[in-house]
Design a protein around this ligand. Structure first.
Ligand code: ZN
Length: 184
């Protein structure tokens, strides 16, 4: 099993060093290696990968930042017809690298914290978190493409209203009224 992994994204890096060097990493992660993600989707094919680009840099406040883009084709289960649906998950994100909760709380609101050790970050776990965030909680085919569409139309309610079916009640006094009239 010596599959060339020249395009593989490194799993563990020193993100602080990368930020000081303003480095960009580009690579792929096999989706089958992301166990939390694999459990959340109905199917992950052996060769499906998540393509990732990560840029590490320091902002004006000397905060260490990683901004990234990812793209992953997945198969989800449509919650209407329970059939497979092909979806390409994409995400763009910007994270502030922190080594403690205290640092995380000092980040500006528009920066999500990413907690790391002093000299290493698990990039695969970072990407997996972002993938789980963009996973639709209730995936559905477009209505026109969903095989369950016809079934749904057949189930449309066609119940006649009870009021229309009920016979008009006879007014007991109408008989009396007729009798009075006939006396004239
Ligand atoms: Zn469907």
């Amino acid at each position: 099993m010596s599959k060339a992994s020249c395009a593989g994204l490194p799993k563990s890096v020193d993100p602080y060093k990368l930020a000081e060097q303003h480095s960009t990493l580009e690579g792929e992660i096999p989706l089958s290696a992301l166990s939390r993600f694999r459990e959340a989707v109905s199917e992950v094919s052996e060769d499906a990968v998540c393509s990732v680009t990560l840029s590490f840099y320091m902002d004006g406040e000397r905060r260490r930042i990683v901004s990234g883009e990812l793209k992953a084709p997945v198969i989800l289960e449509c919650q209407r017809c329970m059939g497979d649906m092909q979806v390409t998950l994409t995400s763009e994100f910007t994270l502030g690298l922190v080594t403690s909760d205290e640092q995380a709380q000092r980040l500006p609101k528009d920066l999500e914290p990413f907690l790391t050790d002093d000299f290493s970050a698990d990039l695969w776990s970072m990407v997996e978190d972002e993938l789980l965030l963009v996973l639709p909680p209730f995936p559905l085919h477009n209505r026109s493409e969903c095989p369950a569409k016809e079934d749904l139309e057949a189930l449309e309610p066609k119940v006649e209203s009870e009021a229309e079916k009920a016979p008009a009640k006879e007014n007991p006094f109408s008989v009396l009224a007729d009798l009075k009239k006939s006396k004239h």
